[in-house]
Structure formats: structure tokens, C-alpha cells
Design a protein around this ligand. Structure first.
Ligand code: CS2
Length: 471
């Protein structure tokens, strides 16, 4: 089968063709991190915004690590398709060029220094920020990694006097705009570049949302069947998508609102709602489900008691921990999230969501616990999620099969667990990880007791029995 590309687009059904075809001269955005999530989210919004309202907002798509995705996208003229599961497949024309962070570092730096570029967006995953999950403090490795490359780009822009810029985090981090600003402040605390960043670079916060499971052979087969040509960079996602963006773009931006994004003064209420409800519940389902031997979110949700437990986590713990955006209730939002998770078209693996737990737990669960404790409450269900993580990272499911520990803190977690055998010892060892658990939380007797009880029950009876028992 022929490969998708400019020369084969005529074979693609008309309704599946791209809305725009930006070339290198129209680059207005540099985006780092071109995994499935970016392709199915910001790339789609940007393409639709440009189609509706115009503007030179082609995306220079930078792959931080994988050279394969660069080769695949270049071989097909930067085109790729997004299949909205159960609905339609469309080729997206959003990328104006494709670069590799290491191989094309100089080109990335000159792009950031190009006055036609006015926005830099980031999908680096939690660990890509090289900051301590509990405190946000800079970790070693940032200068040699993508943050260092971006900083060199900012310095080149300053020297070129290329004008102000917005740097936009599209990752599931707490206060992601502030976290990103702080990353650059810590990387470059003083001097002319620090002053220039303070004066000319904004860091709008965002809430990003779309369930985009890692692609499989079936994803590629479905795209090929729909398009009539092969697409090696195809992604599949749920039909739903949401993007809330703080409107602070000193050099302008695409008309993302024309594509359905919400521009606002403060994305915080949306961000907290989404991280604590959707992502918190996702992690809870992932750890408990994986322990019980369930491969996907959908099959984990079918465990007797899982829905009820997650419903109580939302209603009893998350709801009291935050103020939702106007017109939204936490329980109503939570119901819609559980409905999305139950979509039979989505095959989202529990171990995919379970990975990098040390980077995810703080904003997804621990902040809920801290806020509930400050209000004098005992967040029982949130403690169950933490206990499920504590059992998961020991690496053995309830049926004795192995579970992968894929986490940048993996070595520290293994070292902490080395001398621990009873559930109480495991809990104490893991609470000692200060990169995850801040001292106030680790020293809270109520939290320790709740987590200890759940971990004991999970260890003794298994996740399926624990869930069934709380019905
Ligand atoms: C998931 C998220 O993998 C995970 O940790 O919780 O990727 C989730 O699917 C997205 O945030 C949904 O917007």
C-alpha cells in the first residue's frame, strides 16, 4: 500500500483530507514532544484554528528522543492521521517541519530565535521537566536535556531581539504554567537572560484533556483501512477533547477558540478539577486494576466495586478538596469521566497509566489528601489509591505475575523497599521518599494509618476482594 504524503492525498477520501498544509515558511509555533497526545490534541486544535481563522501558525514539531517518529513523519510529508474512535479518521496538516532535538539542535535554537515564531508549546511528560515532584525543585540533568536546549533557544532569541514569546506547558502538572516559569528561573536565576525572560516571556497555564492510548498495530490498520494509504504515524483517540488556556500571548496566538478551546484568565480551577478527578481516578483504576490482573481501564472498571469506590473517591475526597469552575460540579464532571473511561472503543492499558507514578501521585492524589487533611477530614479513598501504588511498585500482581516498575524514581523506590517486608514496613519505607511525599504528609498519623490499613488489606486479600468488600 502507498504511503500517505502530498503525492497520494488525492487517494484519501475527501472528508479525511487535511484542512491546511503549512510549509516551513509558515512556522509560528515550536512544539517539543510529538507523541500521540500532541498529535491528537494541540495539533488538531491548531490545524482547525488556522483553517477557520488563518494565520501563519505552522508547527515546527520537535521530537525530544525518538528518531523513528522524525523519519516516519518526514517520509510522509509531515502528515499523520487521527482516528476519533468509533467515528472518523482525518489527516492533519499542522506540522510545517519536523526536527530532532539532538540531531537538529542548532535548527531548534534558530527556530526559537526566529521572530516569526511567537509560541513554544511543550508536551514533555511530567519527568521531562526535571523537577522534584513534591517541591518543584530543579533536579540534575535539566541543562543537558530539553530544558537546557530551550534555554539556549531563549538566549538566541534575546540576542536576536526577536520579540516576546509565550512558552506553554501542555502537560498534566500542577499549575503547569507556574511550574514551567519556575523551571527556567531555576535554570537561569540571574543575569541578562533571566531579566529578558522575566520581561518578555509568558508562561500561560493550561488544562489539556483527551484520552489517547499508545498506538498499536490495530491503530495503523484502522487508519490504513479508512484512508486507503498507509500512515505509520497514525494515532487513535477518544472523540472528546478539551483545552483550557490562559490568554497571555504577547506575540499573538492561533484562534484556538475557533476550534473549541476555552481562553481564560485562570486555568487553575479546570486544571485542578481535571488532575484530581480524571487523572486521580485514572491512576486509581490503573493500580487497582493492574493488581487484580486487568489489562485495560475498561476491564478494570468492570471489577465489582470499582465504580462505586471511584465514585466515592470523587464525591467524598476530591469534591471537598477544590472549587470547580463556575457551572460545573465535581460529581457531575466525575460521572462524565467514568463514562468516557467505559467507552468500549478505547483500549487503554492499565500499566501505561501506572507508569511514572512517582511523578503523577502528587498532583493527582496527594494534593487532594493534603487539602482534605487541612480541612480536618480523613480522605479514605484517596489513601486507597496511594496504598494501591505502594503495592504496585513492589512489582507483583495478586496472581503472582510480574508488574513493570517504569518510573524515573525506580532505583530509589527499589532501594527504599529493599529492607521492607510487612505492609507497615513497606508503607514506612515509601513515605520516606521525600521527592514524592512532603514531610507534612509523611508525618501525618491519620494518613499513615489509612494507607497502612489499605495496604494490609490489599496485601492480604488482593485488590479484587478489597473492592468487592466495600460495596
Ligand atoms: C493518563 C493520562 O497516562 C496517564 O497517566 O491518566 O494520559 C490521561 O489519559 C490524559 O491526561 C487524559 O487527558
Amino acid at each position: 500500500m502507498a504511503l500517505i504524503g502530498l503525492g497520494t492525498l488525492s487517494r484519501v477520501p475527501a472528508a479525511s483530507r487535511p484542512l491546511t498544509l503549512p510549509g516551513p515558511a509558515s512556522t509560528g509555533i515550536v512544539h517539543v514532544g510529538i507523541g500521540a497526545f500532541h498529535r491528537a490534541h494541540q495539533a488538531v486544535y491548531t490545524e482547525e484554528a488556522v483553517a477557520a481563522a488563518g494565520g501563519d501558525w505552522g508547527i515546527a514539531a520537535v521530537a525530544p528522543h525518538s528518531a523513528d517518529v522524525v523519519a516516519a513523519l518526514r517520509a510522509q510529508d509531515r502528515l499523520f492521521s487521527v482516528t476519533s474512535l468509533g467515528r472518523s479518521t482525518r489527516v492533519i496538516g499542522a506540522f510545517s517541519e519536523v526536527l530532532h532535538a539532538a540531531a537538529d539542535a542548532d535548527a531548534v535554537i534558530s527556530k526559537i530565535a526566529d521572530p516569526r515564531v511567537r509560541v513554544v508549546t511543550l508536551c514533555m511528560t511530567e519527568k521531562g521537566y526535571f523537577t522534584d515532584p513534591a517541591t518543584g525543585k530543579l533536579l540534575p540533568g535539566a541543562s543537558a536535556g530539553i530544558p537546557g536546549l530551550l534555554l539556549r533557544g531563549l538566549d538566541a532569541r534575546r540576542r536576536a531581539d526577536a520579540g516576546p514569546l509565550a512558552v506553554v506547558s501542555c502537560d498534566n502538572l500542577p499549575s503547569n504554567g507556574r511550574r514551567t516559569r519556575s523551571l527556567f528561573q531555576q535554570l537561569c536565576p540571574s543575569g541578562p537572560l533571566a531579566d529578558w525572560i522575566a520581561a518578555g516571556v509568558t508562561f500561560p497555564g493550561t488544562m489539556v484533556d483527551r484520552i489517547v492510548p499508545a498506538g498499536t498495530a490495530a491503530t495503523l490498520a484502522a487508519a490504513a483501512a479508512a484512508l486507503g494509504v498507509e500512515d505509520r504515524a497514525a494515532v487513535a483517540a477518544e472523540p472528546f477533547k478539551q483545552w483550557v488556556i490562559e490568554d497571555d500571548f504577547p506575540g499573538g496566538r492561533p484562534a484556538w477558540e475557533a476550534a473549541g478551546a476555552v481562553l481564560t484568565g485562570d486555568a487553575g480551577p479546570w486544571e485542578r478539577l481535571k488532575l484530581r478527578t480524571l487523572n486521580g481516578v485514572h491512576s486509581g483504576i490503573a493500580y487497582l486494576g493492574a493488581l487484580a490482573g486487568r489489562r485495560t481501564v475498561l476491564s478494570a472498571l468492570e471489577l465489582p466495586g470499582m465504580r462505586e469506590v471511584m465514585g466515592r473517591f470523587i464525591a467524598d475526597d476530591v469534591a471537598g478538596s477544590l472549587t470547580p469552575p463556575p457551572g460545573v460540579t465535581v460529581v457531575g464532571y466525575g460521572d462524565s469521566v467514568l463514562e468516557r473511561f467505559a467507552d468500549p472503543a478505547i483500549e487503554h492499558r492499565t500499566v501505561q497509566i501506572a507508569k511514572d507514578g512517582s511523578q503523577k501521585l502528587p498532583q493527582r492524589v496527594l494534593h487532594t489528601i493534603a487539602d482534605r487533611r487541612a480541612a480536618g477530614a480523613s480522605p479514605r479513598w484517596a489513601a486507597l489509591v496511594v496504598a494501591a501504588w505502594m503495592r504496585y511498585v513492589q512489582g507483583v500482581a495478586d496472581d503472582g505475575s510480574a508488574l513493570p516498575l517504569d518510573d524515573p524514581l525506580g532505583p530509589a523506590i527499589r532501594a527504599a523497599l529493599a529492607g521492607a517486608s510487612t505492609p507497615a514496613e513497606v508503607r514506612d519505607a515509601l513515605f520516606g521518599l521525600s521527592a514524592v511525599f512532603p514531610p507534612e504528609l509523611a508525618g501525618d498519623a491519620v494518613v499513615r494509618e489509612l494507607c497502612g490499613e489499605w495496604l494490609e488489606a490489599l496485601t492480604r486479600h488482593g485488590a479484587a476482594a478489597v473492592l468487592a468488600g466495600v460495596r
